[in-house]
Design a protein around this ligand. Structure first.
Ligand SMILES: [Zn+2]
Length: 297
């Protein structure tokens, strides 16, 4: 297929699924090593994190079936032993859609205790039964792999009701899942248990547990800013969410309707945030902030 035809097909696919809560940026599959055996894989959906040792392969998030297949065949170039583990940072389809492929390849799947039910809820009405984590935890899950210590930690409801951050302690790398949309208007899944107020606190808590050398992996990013970064990027996201809440709180106090407040495209203070689709926009963020502040469903 000529590249231009391929791009046309992609455009059609994207147009057809414009209303779905998915982030399907099609890219070439791509492995990048960060440090100490920890790296990222990008192709389609939320950024996959990975770690290999002589004894094990650890993956974080599974994108969709096709990229999951590419990941599993490509990761062998980076070594990795017989033990195989997949963490899900949360339940969304662009992070768990490839779970079945990982399971077929003998990966043990681990996620926060709310992830299985949230996955089943999201799949209601569809023919596909989701492949949910077989191992779950409430607060923290620890694992030693060779000379690396990995821990997955839940900080309370934020992007969803079942988010976790996966820390590689020796490499000093942490995968944030969708707690980080780097300079992108985030998806805030109120129906799936999201809470903006605690998302703000979560980012602060994560930064307080990190140091200036910690490298973070983000679920999604503005292409200009990328899917890795530092604690400063987390604090920028924290500032955006705080500003969103303050804008909405002030608007409500001044007697504006939700519709009036939603009539906004950007904040002057956050010029680098982009809206890659109607689904991810400041207007939608204001809608959710308004409902959180007024406790409207
Ligand atoms: Zn998500």
């Amino acid at each position: 297929m000529k590249r231009i035809d391929f791009l046309k097909q992609v455009a059609l696919l994207l147009a057809g699924s414009a209303f779905l809560p998915k982030l399907k940026f099609l890219q070439d599959s791509n492995f990048t090593e960060l440090r100490n055996g920890v790296g990222i894989f990008t192709m389609q959906g939320g950024t996959i994190g990975w770690f290999t040792t002589e004894d094990a392969i650890v993956a974080i998030d599974s994108q969709y079936p096709d990229p999951a297949g590419n990941f599993i065949s490509g990761i062998s170039n980076f070594g990795g032993g017989p033990e195989k583990v997949l963490f899900n940072t949360h339940h969304h389809g662009d992070h768990t859609g490839g779970n079945s492929v990982f399971e077929e390849n003998s990966y043990q799947i681990i996620g926060h205790a709310n992830v299985p039910d949230l996955m089943r809820m999201s799949a209601e009405g569809s023919d596909n039964q989701p492949t949910v984590p077989g191992t779950t935890f409430e607060e923290q899950y620890d694992m030693d792999m060779g000379n690396e210590t990995i821990h997955a930690k839940h900080y309370g409801p934020a992007h969803t009701g079942g988010d976790s951050v996966i820390w590689f302690e020796n490499a000093n790398v942490a995968h944030m899942g969708d707690l980080m949309f780097n300079r992108l208007y985030p998806f805030i899944d109120r129906g799936g248990g999201a809470l903006i107020a605690n998302w703000i606190t979560t980012l602060e808590n994560v930064v307080s547990e990190a140091n200036s050398d910690t490298q973070f992996i983000f679920g999604h990013g503005n292409p200009e800013f990328g899917v890795t970064g530092s604690g400063d990027d987390l604090l920028h996201m924290r500032d955006f969410l705080s500003h969103l809440m303050e804008y909405t709180r002030r608007g409500i106090a001044e007697g504006h309707s939700k519709e009036e407040l939603m009539d906004i495209e950007s904040f002057d203070e956050f010029p680098n945030f982009i809206s890659p689709s109607d689904f991810l926009s400041l207007s939608r963020n204001v809608d959710v902030a308004y409902r959180e502040l007024t406790e409207e469903e």
